[in-house]
Design a protein around this ligand. Structure first.
Ligand SMILES: *Cc1c(COP(=O)(O)O)cnc(C)c1O
Ligand code: SF4
Length: 365
């Protein structure tokens, strides 16, 4: 078994250039078994249905820190045993008027730019499609054709916010990203472009100066980063976020509440504080979606609400995300808030504060 210091000195250098890391990332059970104690045949079976990719960088974090990161990236046979959920509970497919575009809310669309990611999250809500362009896991990301999607945006003046998602949009070639951003940027009625990515957590070396140039446009570009654990905030991740923030890209985070990974008030408190310290504003804490193959990651909503209650008031409001569920059937996202109102009358409310003390709040005139 090879350890973290072995890796640092060899071809799996966790700080290498991003293309080198994509090329050298771990995609087979055999390769992974050199570094981690795993059941090779069980892993192979799982990978056949849901591909694996782990960058040398993320592998080095797993070796250093163990379970909370291991669970997010290393396949588990539980993925194959999840019969209680469906592959596309949000009906993204029916909400897709043209290929690779989802239009559910009136003023914003999601573009699925590629189905490759630097490291495949075992809890992915688009597990049905990530990693599947080729029968084999990809060496390089293939950018999906975007002509029809761009044309759709041009023809729909109500669309003012365009979200690049996937897969991981930052995995397509820098030139392709520059071209896509330019095409969206010139559409008059588009006000904002958003990029949803996990790259700063799984392959922060991808945030190069060239990429920053590609992400420069007249329209504001916002970025929401998928960070799930304080141990993902390393010096490399810090550097990547600094580069993005210095370039004028406002950063937010989209964390998923994951059983056995971060479903504790202490872990999330640390994560949200650490994110704010690297100029990433916690935006959403997503309750995990009921997606086939990911059921073992789902805590109860009750637990999520309890954690939110334990955080509110105890850490800066700036570091508190909204806790969200996405309603199956395409109902959309809804924020869930712990109940602070104990009773509500015509002239007053009875409200509990963050310490559990109860107050009378005068209402009406
Ligand atoms: C989450 C989501 C959005 C963006 O929602 P915001 O609340 O604006 O961040 C847009 N379209 C779809 C289909 C989504 O699932
Ligand atoms: S990076 Fe995003 S799209 Fe890719 S596997 Fe993880 S959650 Fe899914």
């Amino acid at each position: 078994m090879k350890n973290a210091s072995w890796i640092a000195k060899n071809e799996l250098n966790p700080h290498a250039d991003w293309q080198v890391q994509i090329k050298n990332s771990i995609t087979t059970a055999e390769a992974l078994s050199e570094y981690l104690d795993i059941n090779q045949s069980a892993l192979e079976k799982t990978i056949r249905k849901y591909p694996m990719r782990i960058t040398p960088y993320y592998l080095s974090l797993i070796l250093e820190h163990g379970m909370p990161l291991f669970r997010q990236a290393v396949p588990d046979t539980k993925e194959l045993l999840d019969h209680s959920h469906t592959e596309d509970p949000f009906r993204e497919i029916p909400f897709s008027p043209v290929p690779n575009l989802i239009h559910r809310y009136p003023d914003r669309v999601v573009l699925l730019v590629t189905n490759a990611c630097a490291t495949y999250c075992r809890h992915c809500m688009r597990k049905r499609m990530v990693g599947y362009t080729n029968p084999k896991p990809l060496d390089m990301a293939v950018a999906f054709p975007m002509e029809k999607a761009v044309q759709y945006i041009q023809e729909h003046p109500a669309v003012s916010d365009v979200i690049l998602s996937g897969g991981d949009p930052l995995l397509i070639e820098t030139r392709q990203m520059a071209t896509l951003i330019k095409k969206i940027n010139v559409i008059d009625h588009v006000n904002t472009i958003r990029i949803h990515t996990r790259i700063p957590a799984t392959l922060p070396q991808r945030i190069t100066d060239n990429l920053i140039d590609a992400l420069t446009a007249d329209k504001p570009i916002y970025m929401n980063i998928h960070f799930n654990h304080p141990l993902e905030i390393t010096d490399d991740a810090r550097k990547a976020c600094k580069k993005l923030a210095d370039a004028g890209i406002p950063l937010g985070s989209q964390t998923v509440l994951l059983k056995g990974v971060n479903d504790s008030r202490y872990t999330l408190k640390q994560l949200f504080k650490d994110l704010l310290a690297i100029r990433v504003k916690p935006y959403y804490l997503h309750h995990p979606d009921p997606v086939k193959g990911t059921g073992h990651f789902r805590p109860s909503v009750k637990k999520g609400l309890k954690i939110m209650k334990a955080l509110r008031g105890h850490i800066s409001g700036m570091s508190l995300p909204h806790y969200m569920i996405d309603l199956p059937g395409g109902g959309g996202k809804v924020p869930l808030v712990p109940d602070y109102i104990k009773s509500i009358g015509d002239n007053h409310l009875i409200v509990e504060n963050y310490k559990g003390d109860v107050f009378l709040y005068p209402d009406g005139q």
